[in-house]
Design a protein around this ligand. Structure first.
Ligand code: XBP
Ligand code: MG
Length: 262
């Protein structure tokens, strides 16, 4: 039985990578006199590495960028803290709205008594700022558990953050559905045995989503219908309802029991 929906944050709940994280990184680089600019294309590549600090380190190792001589010790943390400040300042203005269909699906899930949780690579404070400012006061409390950031040592595509959430919720993976936007997120959720829905965005649309229950370009809404990229069921009205999600879950559960019989 489906008991819990586990949401990713960046790129899934809202387009925070495009409208928040990337510009905030660039402003932080400029503040420290680091002559780097992560444009849309480059940032799309760098998103293969999750975690802001990890992303900076990966860029240093693999892209051979110029580095000023006079950077203080621990400058990566400094850049990341500065970036986080810019990010949360912007988020707190309500500047990044929920993606299409997210609020609707959250509300439907609550009405049906389905539990909600979050599994993300970004920090707890980034998540709560986004939820309070763009989703509404009190929405933070809709989520039973917010598994975030450095609470686990290995970030996605490792499954640690999903295992953490399952553990905290005291729930089995096959009683949950994860909602992710990226191939790394999909690997993390599926690695923990959780069936996963993909709502791709402009950064992730061409990625390999093999194994996902359904692939959409958003959850969709009556006025902003989703494009279906791959689906075993009809998406009535162009948006994913809880009832369609329950159908998908049944199909997934049947396929699992057939696999066991083989
Ligand atoms: C997305 C990420 C994060 C953010 C930056 O996480 O990869 O690294 O880009 O976050 P998810 P921080 O899709 O799992 O929500 O700078 O706070 O690390
Ligand atoms: Mg994501």
């Amino acid at each position: 039985m489906l008991r819990c929906l586990i949401f990713d944050v960046d790129g899934t709940l809202a387009d925070t990578e495009r409208h928040g994280h990337r510009p905030a990184f660039n402003r932080a680089f400029a503040d420290l006199g680091i002559d780097w600019h992560w444009d849309e294309t480059l940032y799309g590549e760098l998103l293969g590495v999750t975690g802001g600090k990890e992303r900076i380190r990966y860029f240093l190792e693999c892209y051979n960028p110029p580095i000023p001589n006079d950077l203080p010790l621990g400058w990566i943390d400094w850049v990341h803290q500065t970036k986080t400040r810019y990010y949360t300042d912007w988020v707190r203005t309500g500047g990044i709205p929920p993606r299409a269909g997210v609020m609707r699906l959250l509300q439907e899930a609550r009405q049906q008594g389905i539990r909600l949780a979050i599994s993300t690579t970004t920090s707890f404070d980034n998540v709560t700022s986004l939820l309070s400012s763009s989703f509404g006061e009190g929405v933070v409390d809709w989520f039973e558990i917010i598994g975030a950031g450095d609470i686990v040592s290995r970030k996605k595509p490792a499954s640690d953050i999903y295992h953490y959430v399952l553990d905290q919720c005291q729930i089995a993976p096959n009683e949950c559905v994860a909602i992710e936007d990226s191939a790394v997120g999909l690997r993390a959720a599926m690695g923990a045995g959780i069936p996963t829905i993909i709502t791709a965005n402009d950064y992730t649309i061409g990625q390999d989503f093999s194994g996902a229950m359904i692939i959409l370009d958003s959850l969709g809404d009556p006025r902003i219908p989703a494009t279906v990229l791959s689906a075993p069921v009809e998406l009535g009205g162009g948006y994913l309802t809880i009832n369609t999600l329950l159908d998908l879950y049944r199909i997934w559960a049947e396929s699992q029991s057939q696999l066991k019989q083989i």
